[in-house]
Design a protein around this ligand. Structure first.
Ligand SMILES: [Zn+2]
Length: 272
């Protein structure tokens, strides 16, 4: 599942390789992944140039020079793959964007993904993206900012961090190790956390996500050029390591239910 390290890598690669290219056609084989019919999508983007590609949380926003924006969400996961000419394109896809120079990219969603078209005027009020908070790679994501974000909150810490309107880009995959490294139980209430715990959590978020970014992101996720990242399961501390010993104290790692998600924790290091 793509989270912040994977999304920022993909958005960066898309930016580097697509800016300046002119869209020739868009094919949507699964119309329900979009907000408008295929023919209208095609009409509004044909002939436009790619101006910028950036991420907002787990969304990738491609801005065109005609005032339109393509909003891509990988959902539970997707292969978004560049091709230099059609002979090299992926066999299976639900979305294909072709450029005037013969190159393009395809998207194959594992489950439900989204591929929306939104004008510059509509973008600030777009329901899917308007409430997305800044992500931990954003330079505004400072220790003071994080402290003020948590101030007065009574929510359980995992639920709070999973909510994209509080902090964007973190999903279940990196959460286990983020909380473990901060020695926090997922159900710990924010109101029961002191300043030291919040600072430890801030550092843990930065450390785990930065390490994955440095290693080229998650090893089971393809980038824009079909390459896998270097962040293998060996880097995980307690995440997906049920019944294995805790790397700090040796206690057996367990999986517990936290709302709709599972959490891997060390019951000794992460006491409620
Ligand atoms: Zn432990």
């Amino acid at each position: 599942m793509a989270e912040l390290p994977e999304i920022t890598k993909l958005a960066g690669q898309m930016k580097d390789s697509l800016c300046g290219k002119t869209i020739q056609s868009v094919i949507l084989l699964q119309e329900k992944c979009s907000n408008i019919p295929t023919d209208e999508f095609q009409k509004r983007v044909a002939g436009a140039k790619i101006k910028d590609v950036r991420n907002k949380g787990k969304w990738i926003i491609t801005s065109l020079d005609n005032g339109e924006n393509i909003l891509l969400s990988l959902g539970m996961g997707a292969d978004v793959l560049y091709f230099d000419n059609e002979n090299n394109q992926a066999e299976k896809y639900q979305v294909k964007v072709a450029f005037s120079d013969g190159s393009g990219y395809t998207a194959r969603f594992w489950w439900f993904g989204k591929f929306l078209l939104v004008s510059d005027a509509e973008l600030p009020s777009e329901p899917n993206t308007k409430n997305i908070a800044i992500d931990p790679f954003d330079e505004r994501f400072t220790p003071d900012y994080f402290l003020s974000l948590l101030k007065g909150k009574k929510t359980q810490i995992k639920a709070f961090l999973m909510d994209q309107s509080n902090v964007s880009g973190i999903g279940n995959m990196y959460m286990h190790d983020i909380l473990f490294k901060a020695r926090l139980h997922p159900k710990k209430k924010i109101s029961d956390m002191n300043g030291d715990e919040i600072r430890l959590l801030y550092n843990s978020i930065k450390d785990i996500l930065n390490l994955s970014r440095e290693k080229g992101s998650f090893a089971y996720e393809s980038d824009f050029f079909g390459q896998k990242g270097g962040y293998t399961m060996d880097y995980f501390l307690v995440g997906y390591k049920e019944n294995q010993p805790c790397p700090v104290c040796g206690e057996t790692i367990v999986s517990i239910k936290t709302g709709s998600t599972a959490s891997y924790i060390c019951p000794e290091c992460q006491k409620l």
